[in-house]
Write a protein that binds this ligand. Sequence first.
Ligand code: ZN
Length: 225
Amino acid sequence: IICSRSSFSVNFTVRTEYAPHHFNSEAFLEGRGLIIEGLVAIKANIREENFQAARETLGRVLHTLQDFYSHSNWVELGYTEPYINLIRPDLPLENLADISTATCSDCASGKCPNSILPNILKEKKLTSGYMGIFSAAKPKGKCSHGGAGDLTSTAEPRGGISKDERRADNVAFHNAAVNVATAASLQLLEDIRLAAGDNNFLRYEVQNSVLSKLYLMISLSTGVT
Ligand SMILES: [Zn+2]
């Protein structure tokens, strides 16, 4: 949700194309793997008082975690609480739409209130938008991320399910994504606090100007990227 500045520098293509960092292209297991790996690293870094490394990893992990709510159909499925399994390695990710399951209907205007297919909503299958900045190719029937940078959204089914931007046609889903991503971010910080112990977490926080800005951003509940 919060796209870091580095995404727009030399790393733009690499990071944008690497689906798991953004939960694009149904890369759920890989995306969750990045979150879990990152959490382990953050906790180890705090223990070793390596607060700078912990802060950098936290930024990446929060980006990925928040993108789940913006790029998947979690809020379209009606969920208003965070998907706790994303930060719990002992819990499985279930009901993922497989590669051969169509997930979206065609949206020629690019502005449809909900493109997720009715059977996907009914069966509560989890999916996310495909993203391609060099190619329009995507598996048959799959949703796209959408937006000017995503070529797959020009291939049927057209349109996109990303809730990064607040538009007239997606206000409710955008706001729902912001709210649940905010709750999920706080849950992750709480998980780190419990593991680190209050003393270390406080020192981490004090040394972490990005984290305090993040708190501010969270409390303001502004944009999604
Ligand atoms: Zn992203």
